[in-house]
Write a new protein. Structure first.
Lengths: 257, 406
């Protein structure tokens, strides 16, 4: 004979369950948000100065360029190519939402129009948008903690990031692997059918600029592993702050001033 | 009596007559049929172009045509619209739009498009988009994130209905504005180029995205007779304040206008070429017929026939030839046009090339009375004029010359 439970009691039970679930869910989301945001700030630092060798690899050719970079906060950055001589002096300045490029051969600063935002940066697998919307992961996505795994003895959080419905984001989803010490191990960009498009992976994590940091970062096309762009950090220094004068148009044109 | 005489003369050498008849028939047929094809192409081009967001006429801010950017939009469309209501003839439709260059991207692809912000209900009455959506649904006024894209664009972007498209453009403050839209419908257009170029969102969504308040880029008007815009344009221009410019479709589409002109000229050139060939044929045949009958003409002269009568006789022969040829040629041309008009001439095999020229995919010939009349008159009048030469030749033979001729 079935046990009769009063309807009122059942409702209370369900409510408790639901509230519990919602609370747990909210907590998980907050955790995931915190993990992503901590990782972002850890990887980017308050401010940084770096020298990176960028290798653009294609099935039948490969080229390298050396780039000096300065970043400050979530939004400002300045990049300048110092090698090879052919490209030397080309630079990109990003300040707040705006972006400019400078080409020394024509001695012109161009403010990047919307039409150029989705073009690649200096022929690499990174687009101008990847630079311009550096902080998109913080503001345009809802993060959910999916699970954990281990990497070199440390716990790794697996996070699924779904763009907010109205966010101007082209991706359908991102999956992040963030180690408990805030190092971002992998970032996969999916289209709306949830097929992977691009994968950003980190490797060779070592002490760089006073913190554990991946020496190599590779952006790879999911469908064509032979096409990738690898960043190798030759030097990296994290700073408290950088002066305003670095993130200016005159600095973009003339490194010595 | 000379009609009977001429008729019999023609059939004295049936083979020669048949040959020249065939020449006339083919000439007339090609003139009428080709003319109908050309008219068909031009008509369709004009109709397509007017439907593809041009309308009969458009009102802009004066700088917009030279530089279609957001700075050249009209901040107070309502004052234009109140003038439109007063000035336009009954049955005219109008729609205001936001129209700017933008970049559309998704995870796989990105390219330049024209972002068109429309008032869905009004737009349906003015341009093709109202009836062109064949998958999903048309926009509705309360659709702040819906977007309509063309079939070709959808395929390019490897996406489908329900998916997201991020648009980026320069906003009113000169900053980069971006917004995510969801594809709610897919439209097909006559030209793949149109499908790739235009994406449609609601006017309100575009205004909000670009931070332009109530401003619009253009107002398009479709008149009850779409191709006649000159009078209304003049009336509007004088009724509107100076800061607005009114242009008819002819001014907005100089390329189409030029193409129509080329079309007209090439039809004229074709008429000319056909006629030259046919004219020589006629002259040749008639000369042959005349030289063959030198002794006959000499005899007639000797019997006292006036030269004018001889001329009339020969010209009548060629008139009969021409009349027969024209009748048969027209009959042939009309039946070809009727047959072809049912299915049209499908150019889709060469579609890529044809589309590049802005031509429709399927051509339906259209007969215009004035073209048919022109072709027939050209053949008849010029044919008679050229046959004067052999006629005069015949009239000038003297009996003595005729006797000397064996």
């Amino acid at each position: 004979m079935p046990i009769k439970i009063p309807v009122g009691f059942r409702i209370i039970c369900w409510s408790v369950c639901w509230v519990g679930l919602i609370l747990v869910g909210a907590a998980a989301a907050r955790d995931a948000d915190a993990i992503v945001s901590d990782s972002f700030h850890y990887m980017r630092g308050e401010a940084s100065v770096s020298t990176v060798v960028m290798t653009i690899h294609r099935p039948d050719w490969e080229r390298q360029m050396t780039v000096n970079g300065w970043t400050r906060g979530e939004k400002d950055s300045l990049l300048r190519i110092i090698e090879p001589p052919k490209d030397e002096g080309n630079g990109t300045l990003k300040k707040g939402p705006e972006m400019w490029t400078y080409n020394p051969k024509v001695n012109r600063v161009i403010k990047l129009p919307p039409s150029m935002m989705s073009q690649s940066w200096m022929g690499s697998d990174f687009s101008n948008n990847d630079l311009a919307k550096s902080d998109t992961l913080l503001y345009d996505y809802d993060h959910v903690l999916e699970g954990t795994e281990t990497h070199e003895g440390k716990k790794v959080y697996l996070i699924k990031s779904i763009p907010k419905p109205k966010a101007p984001v082209i991706w359908g989803m991102q999956r992040l692997k963030i180690r408990e010490d805030h190092v971002m191990l992998e970032e996969t960009f999916y289209d709306e059918d949830l097929n992977p498009v691009k994968i950003l992976t980190s490797s060779d994590i070592q002490m760089l600029g006073g913190r554990l940091f991946p020496k190599f970062t590779t952006m790879r096309k999911a469908e064509d592993p032979e096409e990738y762009t690898r960043l190798e950090y030759k030097a990296l220094e994290f700073k408290e702050d950088l002066p305003d004068r670095i993130f200016t148009l005159s600095r973009l044109k003339n490194p010595r001033r | 009596m000379h009609f009977q005489l001429a008729w019999r003369n023609i059939w004295r050498n049936p083979r020669r007559t048949a040959v020249i008849l065939i020449a006339v028939v083919i000439g007339v047929w090609s003139m009428v049929f080709l003319g109908a094809l050309m008219v068909g192409v031009s008509d369709q081009m004009v109709r397509n172009s007017i439907a593809t967001l041009t309308g009969s006429l458009q009102i802009h801010s004066p700088g917009y045509r030279a530089d279609p950017v957001i700075d050249h939009s009209m901040d107070h469309p309502e004052e234009v619209i109140s003038v439109l209501k007063k000035t336009l003839p009954v049955g005219a439709e109008w729609a205001s739009r936001v129209r700017v260059h933008a970049v559309a991207s998704n995870a796989r692809h990105s390219s330049g498009v024209t972002l068109v912000g429309i008032d869905p209900a009004r737009e349906a009455a003015v341009s093709f988009i109202g009836g062109a959506v064949d998958e999903g649904r048309y926009l509705d006024a309360e659709d702040p994130y819906g977007i309509l894209v063309g079939r070709a664009l959808l395929e390019n972007y490897e996406t489908r209905s329900g998916h997201k498209l991020v648009l980026m453009s320069e906003d009113a403050a000169g900053e980069i504005a971006s917004r995510a839209f969801r594809i709610v419908g897919v439209y097909t257009a006559e030209l793949a180029a149109t499908e790739k170029q235009f994406v449609f969102v609601t006017k309100a969504a575009a205004q909000e995205m670009l931070g332009m308040g109530d401003a619009v880029s253009e107002i398009a008007v479709l008149l009850p007779n779409p191709t006649a815009g000159d009078d209304s344009a003049a009336a509007l221009q004088s009724a509107l304040p100076e800061q607005y410019a009114v242009h008819t479709w002819r001014e907005l589409l100089p390329l189409v206008e030029a193409y129509l002109e080329i079309n007209r000229k090439s039809v004229a050139i074709w008429y000319f070429v056909v006629f030259i060939a046919m004219g020589f044929g006629i002259v040749n045949t008639m000369l042959m017929a005349v030289y063959e009958r030198i002794r006959e003409f000499g005899l007639l002269k000797a019997l006292g026939m006036k030269p004018g009568w001889i001329i009339r006789g020969v010209v009548t022969e060629s008139l009969l030839l021409l009349m027969m040829g024209i009748l048969a040629g027209n009959f042939l041309a009309l039946s070809t046009v009727l047959i072809v008009a049912r299915t049209g001439i499908d150019l889709s095999v060469f579609a890529a090339g044809a589309e590049f020229a802005g031509m429709p995919r399927v051509i339906y010939p259209v007969l215009k009375t004035e073209h048919v009349t022109a072709a027939n008159l050209v053949v008849l009048v010029l044919g008679l004029i050229v046959s004067l030469y052999p006629a005069f030749k015949a009239a000038r033979f003297t009996p003595v010359e005729a006797l000397a001729h064996t």
